[in-house]
Design a protein around this ligand. Structure first.
Ligand SMILES: [Zn+2]
Ligand SMILES: [Zn+2]
Length: 490
């Protein structure tokens, strides 16, 4: 029960924690089964928490953005894209590659701003008819987005990127190099290429089919394959989009075009312009994916922030969950009074509107009431906690985790950290009507850690034991039989 995953803020604490009960829940949709994605970066396959992956995609795909609204819209689009296409490389043993084939990922370029943009929109998706939508995006649609099959991806004029001044480009290609590039992707071309013409175009004016002429022969090829092959071999700054005219002659082939990328879905240049004009990320997503709903569930619920003195509360139902903020404020004051520790900054609580969205975001089973990672506490719906009679206790318990984890000395054993939290939380409420077999070992380990700490308090006094959180355990405790027994029980 001590599965650890790499988190944003150091190691995750053991998953199972005390206020458990058995909640029999509806079947979890497949896409909600796990909050991590396997991403192949170079030769390594990384198991990334979903929001870390989103931050990595923002770093890889959104360097042009300045506005927060555009970045937020991209975070939601990138996350939805990932949920929709998860398992795309399953045959190779991972979900996504880190190139533009899937989404470009740049883990080394993640900034605190990108992390907080991902976290502010955590779990939010673009929904269509109750399912996560297909949400492609493009660097610059050139003034008109491209048609795709989905009803919310119909091509339309993009007034925003027209206003921003769409990018024009030209590329002067050498026929020999082009033939070599095509061969590199297994595409056939006339041996001595003399000219290229556009044979057919899409409704938005993008090249659809090209005709390659030379040696008295003609080869037809899709413009998309052509752009991909040339981009991969000669760089993506060559043929940047499919929106172009071609002039061939004098041993050169000249492409003159507008925009960048395939042109489908969200246009990044237009989104940036919308953001600069003061439109929200929801406006941006509604403009590029019309007819969809944005939210953490298919009902389109959105996070709202309620600010308190010690904690910030994120909720989708401020009227209903406002009282939890008052509880959290009171409990954090109690923790401070009891421990005499300064309160950590930027503590936040997220309350999910239903069990599915809680599991979708945390990957925790239904019998875990709350989950804390770093300074973020994630809770099941307040109504569920309240009906079990464990709301206040859960809030106190998770706040104690934040306090202990932000203070604990490096290498402080897990049993001691858990034990301190359990000891300070106070007597555990009875669980629900049934106890899941899965939670029993966690509950037992937890009880032992609590007893070990209570024993230490009896011997050394509470103030001394609390002091050890920041200082580390003294050697006589570290090497004691209590410590060994508690460690073994985990
Ligand atoms: Zn890929
Ligand atoms: Zn555009």
């Amino acid at each position: 029960m001590t599965a650890q995953r790499g988190g944003l803020r150091g190691r995750r604490r053991p998953r199972a924690c005390p206020t458990f009960w058995l909640v029999l829940a509806a079947a979890v949709p497949l896409w909600a089964a796990s909050p991590t994605v396997k991403v192949r970066v170079g030769s390594a396959v990384l198991d990334l928490p979903l929001e870390r992956y989103v931050a990595g995609v923002l770093a890889g795909e959104s360097s042009v953005f300045r506005s927060d609204a555009a970045l937020r819209a991209m975070a939601v689009a990138a996350r939805t894209y990932a949920i929709h296409l998860r398992g795309r490389h399953a045959a190779e043993g991972y979900d996504f590659c880190a190139t533009t084939h899937c989404q470009r990922v740049d883990m080394g370029a993640i900034t605190p701003r990108l992390v907080s943009i991902a976290e502010d929109t955590a779990g939010e998706l673009v929904w269509f008819e109750g399912k996560p939508a297909f949400t492609p995006y493009t660097r610059d649609c050139g003034g008109r987005t491209e048609d795709a099959a989905e009803p919310y991806l119909k091509g339309h004029p993009d007034v925003y990127c027209a206003r921003a001044g769409t990018e024009t480009w030209q590329w002067d290609g050498d026929p020999v190099t082009i033939v070599k590039a095509l061969a590199g992707s297994g595409l056939r071309a006339p041996q001595r290429l003399e000219g290229i013409t556009v044979v057919s175009r899409t409704a938005s004016g993008r090249a659809l089919t090209l005709s390659l002429v030379g040696n008295g022969e003609t080869v037809r090829i899709s413009a998309g394959s052509f752009r991909f092959a040339v981009g991969r071999e000669l760089g993506w700054n060559t043929v940047r989009s499919d929106l172009y005219e071609i002039q061939s002659g004098g041993g050169r082939i000249l492409f003159q075009g507008r925009g960048a990328g395939h042109g489908m879905g969200l246009c990044q240049r237009g989104a940036e312009q919308m953001g600069e004009e003061g439109r929200s990320y929801r406006d941006i997503l509604a403009y590029y994916y019309p007819g969809t709903a944005v939210g953490i569930t298919a009902r389109g619920l959105a996070w709202q922030r309620l600010g308190g003195e010690s904690v910030a509360l994120w909720t989708t139902q401020p009227e209903r969950d406002g009282s939890v903020l008052a509880i959290a404020e009171r409990e954090s004051r109690r923790v401070m009074e009891r421990t005499n520790w300064p309160w950590p900054a930027h503590v936040e609580i997220r309350i999910y509107p239903d069990l599915d969205s809680f599991r979708n975001a945390t990957g925790e089973p239904g019998w875990v009431a709350g989950f804390t990672e770093g300074r973020r506490i994630q809770l099941q719906p307040a109504s569920v906690l309240r009906s079990r009679g464990v709301l206040e206790q859960t809030v106190r318990h998770e706040l104690l985790h934040v306090a202990v984890e932000s203070r604990a000395a490096p290498g402080e054993p897990v049993w001691f950290r858990e034990g301190i939290v359990a000891y300070l939380t106070g007597p555990e409420a009875r669980g629900g009507p049934g106890t899941s077999p899965a939670e029993a070992p966690a509950r037992r380990a937890h009880g032992e850690a609590r007893r070990a700490v209570a024993g230490l308090v009896g011997r050394y006094g509470e103030a001394t034991v609390l002091d050890w959180v920041a200082r580390g355990l003294p050697p006589e405790v570290k090497n004691s039989s209590t410590s060994q027994a508690a460690t073994k029980s985990r």
